[in-house]
Design a binder for this molecule. Structure first.
Ligand code: ACO
Length: 444
């Protein structure tokens, strides 16, 4: 993959390794070490099987880099998240979601003219084909909105034939714009369907997030005015979820796309992966936990349970596989949470009081300090989304909406990589060795 001058890795640093030596039965193999712009170096094992007949073994990919990427960087030890080099807190505090989309898709924050053009292109694609409305009617009324999302997003490939030739950069771009533009419409329709209200069409006079709120909360019999504070909070939540490196759903999108599959179908695969409770579902669990604790005086009891090795209870919204410091997104989410509750006159919301006090107590407790367990993005997002008016079943849908730009940017980066090949992991086979077929009447 080519590197832009701004991100070209520095290979002249003498502190960096150039190669690693692997010794097998006294024979030594030199494996090249590659350097990124920042972050850990990688040992390139791509020729290992050819050279040695051995595979590497790394279930869960804890030590495996699956690709080159210029999009997102996480330094978990120091609680840093960068998109194309820009810290997440700067993007969330000072920018808009569509600016972040432009940054992820095209590599740079847009100029004024580029922004106006991008906003216009997205706005002009927000409607979905009218026949898609009928797809919703095929789902049971009580269908989970994520089930609807998986089906409807995959079905986009049946409606937009002019954006499915992945070898054509123009079609790839249209597919990306369509996905970013239509996802709020599709998500809002899933919500409306689940509560038995009529679909609300997009409004081109509103910005991305205000339009999404009106599609979710307007009804045809009343005039709806999106509260700018709430629309801004929604926009920030989208920015915070826009991309997060090679997580499970992003890797799913890349793997599905590596076969040359239709881009809409690849995003649908990402949505399916995100749906799992170990990935997109933790904010719901955190909110449930805070509600279960209920009052500040019960916090010590739950903290003790979280520390007890014999009790499976964990503080939900605490701890992270990568962040061993305060999740930088959690800080912004906490701020947004305050803004939303203030705007709605819910400053004394008991769940927020429990969350703030629980965070304070846990951050002073040796157990959490020693294990580097800090609040993650999910700790405050559930309270915020509930205050905005969303039921818990919609939480992961909102995550999918926001992450779509990350998925599609990663998918494009993969397709445009000249070294890209179909993803095909190997395995350590532990089943029976070859054996003879036994006719059914002779099996014991
Ligand atoms: N409460 C209490 N103890 C915890 C917690 C917690 N939330 N998280 C980790 N620990 C303890 C573990 O018991 C373990 O202790 P031990 O070393 O004495 O056995 C130690 O900290 C390390 O925990 P692991 O589970 O090994 O860490 P891992 O990196 O595998 O897990 C995870 C990370 C899954 C996020 C974990 O911290 C957790 O379960 N948190 C609660 C769920 C949650 O908030 N998930 C959202 C993640 S963010 C996201 O997906 C967007």
């Amino acid at each position: 993959m080519s590197s832009s001058p701004a991100t070209k890795p520095d290979n002249s640093d003498p502190a960096k390794h150039n190669a690693a030596t692997l010794s097998i039965d006294g024979k030594e193999y030199l494996l090249p070490v590659r350097h990124g712009t920042v972050g850990p170096e990688v040992v390139d094992v791509s020729s290992l099987y050819n050279d040695t007949g051995l595979f590497t073994y790394d279930p869960g990919f804890a030590s495996t880099a699956s690709c080159d990427s210029e999009l997102t960087f996480i330094d978990g030890e120091n609680g840093i998240l960068l998109h194309r080099g820009y810290p997440i807190d700067q993007l969330a505090d000072r920018g808009t979601f569509l600016e972040t989309c432009h940054l992820l898709l095209y590599g740079e924050l847009p100029t004024v003219d580029q922004y106006a053009d991008f906003q216009n292109r997205v706005t002009m694609h927000t409607m979905v084909h009218e026949q898609m409305n009928r797809m919703y009617a095929g789902f049971r009324r009580d269908a989970h909105p994520m089930a609807i999302m998986v089906g409807v997003v995959g079905a986009l490939s049946a409606f937009y034939h002019d954006s499915t030739d992945i070898t054509d950069p123009v079609q790839r771009d249209i597919a990306a714009i369509r996905m970013i533009a239509k996802m709020p419409t599709i998500a809002a329709m899933a919500f409306k369907y689940s509560i038995g209200q009529p679909f609300i069409y997009p409004r081109n006079d509103l910005d991305y997030s205000a339009n999404f709120l009106q599609m979710c909360f307007a009804v045809p019999c009343e005039v709806y005015k999106a509260d700018p504070t709430l629309a801004r909070a929604m926009d920030r939540i989208f920015i915070l979820h826009a991309d997060h490196e090679q997580n499970a759903s992003t890797s799913t999108v890349r793997l599905a796309g590596s076969s040359g599959a239709n881009p809409f179908a690849c995003i649908s695969a990402g949505i399916a992966c995100l749906w799992g409770p170990a990935h997109g579902g933790a904010n719901e669990a955190a909110l449930n936990m805070l509600s279960e604790i209920g009052t500040v005086d019960r916090i010590p009891e739950f903290v003790e349970r979280a520390k007890d090795k014999d009790d499976p209870f964990r503080l939900m919204g605490f701890g992270h596989r990568v962040y061993k410091n305060y999740d930088p997104r959690a800080k912004i989410m906490q701020k947004s949470c305050h803004e939303v509750l203030d705007a709605l006159g819910l400053k004394n919301d008991p769940t927020l009081q429990v969350a703030l006090e629980l965070e304070r107590i846990a951050l002073e407790d040796d157990y959490f300090v020693d294990k580097k367990l800090y609040p993650n993005i999910d700790f405050y997002s559930g309270i915020t989304l509930r205050a905005l008016g969303f039921p818990t079943t919609m939480f992961t849908v909102l995550f999918a909406l926001a992450r779509t730009v990350g998925w599609i940017a990663q998918w494009r980066e993969m397709i445009e990589d000249p070294d890209q090949r179909i993803g095909r992991p190997r395995q350590l086979y532990t089943g029976p060795a070859e054996r003879e077929y036994v006719p059914i009447d002779q099996r014991g």
